[in-house]
Design a protein around this ligand. Structure first.
Ligand code: PAF
Length: 282
């Protein structure tokens, strides 16, 4: 039985009823198989799973898709039921922000201005602010975030470490379509031609990782990824394609690294990333 609650008071009562460990999966709804994988990971690690469904206005810029963002509560609830979720918290905006936008926000630091933060100013201030609030109201032992949003996962880990939030953050690997496209709620906006162009993101990452696997250095890995992006179907406009260390610090030259890509396909912005193993110094 999945209990649906909308208010903080109902959530507090439902949370008090959960004995044992609680894992939270925070979402903006429009659940897909990527989320189902998060729910499964949470079920495996925690006694009870609590899901939040909240399209957070703080993380949408003025030109972004807050109103257009898909809202599919009935389908989402069915997915949660099937996944054995104990509680779904789906508040309206005024329940979380009764006085409008908060006066105090979480500052993500320098990394919040880079990569996604450069194209979406203020995005991670909005994300971290709502994540911290949701951690406080749900009081989980574990919180699960997809590696698909790798910068978000990294910043949530930093926030929890830097601000001593008592929760374990668990990263869950990205789920892909058979042809490599990373699952995303935004994929539903893509026309068939755009869907084909969207494959340039995962194609670039695959090419970079393959080059690294045969010993290419960081420069050659990036060059291989760029070449794959440029030679794929037209219609994708690259925003960034970078190689960082696993904590998103610049300039890895050997060992574990992360390659991240963002591109516009039509009016839809897509992101993807993968781990890359750069050859050790010889
Ligand atoms: O990844 C998301 O869906 C959102 O950024 C999150 C973590 C639910 C915060 O609104």
């Amino acid at each position: 039985m999945t209990e649906l609650v909308h208010t903080r008071a109902e959530l507090a009562a439902a949370r008090d009823g959960l004995t044992g460990t609680v894992g939270v999966v925070m979402t903006m709804g429009a659940l897909h198989s990527g989320h189902e994988t998060l729910l499964r990971a949470a079920r495996e690690r925690a006694d009870h799973v609590l899901v939040t469904i909240f399209v957070n206005p703080l993380q949408f810029g003025p030109d972004e898709d807050f109103n257009r963002y898909p809202r599919t509560l009935d389908v989402d609830l069915e997915i949660c039921r099937r996944a054995g979720v104990a509680v779904v918290f789906a508040p309206v905006v005024t329940e979380l922000y009764p006085e409008g936008k908060p006066r105090v926000w979480v500052d993500p630091g320098q990394l919040g201005e880079e990569l996604e933060g450069q194209s979406r100013p203020g995005f991670f201030h909005g994300v971290l602010t709502v994540v911290l609030k949701l951690l406080h109201v749900t009081r989980p032992d574990l919180a699960f975030f997809g590696e698909k949003d790798y910068q978000q996962l990294t910043l949530v880990r930093r926030m929890v470490g830097d601000l001593d939030v008592p929760v374990e953050i668990v990263g869950v690997p990205t789920v892909r379509e058979p042809d490599g496209l990373a699952l995303s709620s935004r994929n539903r906006y893509l026309s068939p031609d755009e869907r084909a162009a969207a494959l340039n993101l995962s194609g670039a990452l695959r090419a970079g990782a393959a080059a690294a696997a045969v010993g290419a250095d960081a420069g050659a890995v990036l060059a291989a990824a760029h070449a794959a992006f440029e030679s794929g179907p037209s219609g994708a406009r690259l925003d960034y394609l970078v190689l960082t260390d696993s904590d998103l610090e610049p300039g890895p030259t050997a060992g574990p690294a992360r390659m991240l890509v963002a591109a516009w396909v039509g009016t839809t912005r897509l992101i993807d990333n993968t781990s890359v193993q750069l050859a050790p110094y010889s």
